[in-house]
Design a protein around this ligand. Structure first.
Ligand SMILES: [Fe+2]
Length: 150
């Protein structure tokens, strides 16, 4: 993992797929940097907002590509990504219209992101590992319910 950003990814959120973990760490790192940047100003600079959105879109596309390459059904997960991207784009818009506070938006993104990794990406990581070890059963994908039962 990228050593500069690795410290921003809690160990409980590591999914053991290097490309995805690197992107998660980089996103948490960017959010931390944005919080510092916004300490002195109640706005989110346009270029920074755009860079964050691009990084999020690229990350969602990476997960979708890896799932597709490994024959995993990604439609429900992809819908959650789209919902998240739409919600964040709307929130950033509202920051620029000074309707809402930038810190609230950054906290919302962090919270959403952490919850999404726990609820979706950890399972994606397990399924990708099962595929690579030949143990994946499409009739029994790894889910939170199964994880809780174990
Ligand atoms: Fe995801």
């Amino acid at each position: 993992m990228n050593q500069e950003t690795a410290a921003f990814l809690p160990s409980t959120l590591v999914i053991n797929i290097e490309e995805i973990d690197d992107q998660h760490a980089a996103l948490f790192s960017r959010l931390a940097a944005l919080k510092v940047l916004c300490l002195d100003t109640p706005d989110l600079p346009l270029a920074e907002a755009e860079a964050l959105m691009n990084q999020l879109r690229e990350h969602c596309a990476t997960e979708e590509r890896l799932a597709g390459e490994n024959g995993l059904n990604f439609s429900a997960h992809a819908r959650k990504h789209q919902k998240m991207l739409d919600a964040i784009a709307k929130a950033i818009d509202e920051v620029h219209q000074q309707k809402i506070d930038v810190f609230g938006v950054l906290r919302y993104i962090e919270y959403w992101f952490e919850r999404h990794i726990r609820e979706e990406d950890l399972n994606l990581g397990r399924n990708l590992q099962q595929v690579s070890s030949g143990l994946y059963d499409p009739e029994k994908p790894f889910t939170l319910a199964r994880a809780a039962a174990m």
